[in-house]
Design a protein around this ligand. Structure first.
Ligand code: FES
Length: 68
């Protein structure tokens, strides 16, 4: 069985991706292929696309989805 990839939505913040993933842009260019822990922006106000740079805290982004 392949290693499990875990993606967690953090309250009022980012997507935390844990595991060996390959992240590419629309043209297939790799972002940080060697990392196994990455933070992806969920608030849409990032300046370091597609990664979270902490801006969500400054703008008061709010979101706390739960499984229903
Ligand atoms: S979620 Fe952190 S900058 Fe968007």
């Amino acid at each position: 069985m392949a290693d499990t990839i875990k993606i967690t939505t953090l309250d009022n913040g980012l997507f935390l991706v844990m595991g060996a993933v390959t992240l590419t842009d629309a043209e297939g260019q790799l972002f940080h292929p060697e990392r196994e822990l990455i933070a992806l922006c969920r608030c849409g106000t990032f300046t370091n696309r597609p990664f979270c740079d902490g801006t969500h805290a400054k703008i008061g982004f709010q979101s706390s989805e739960r499984v229903v």
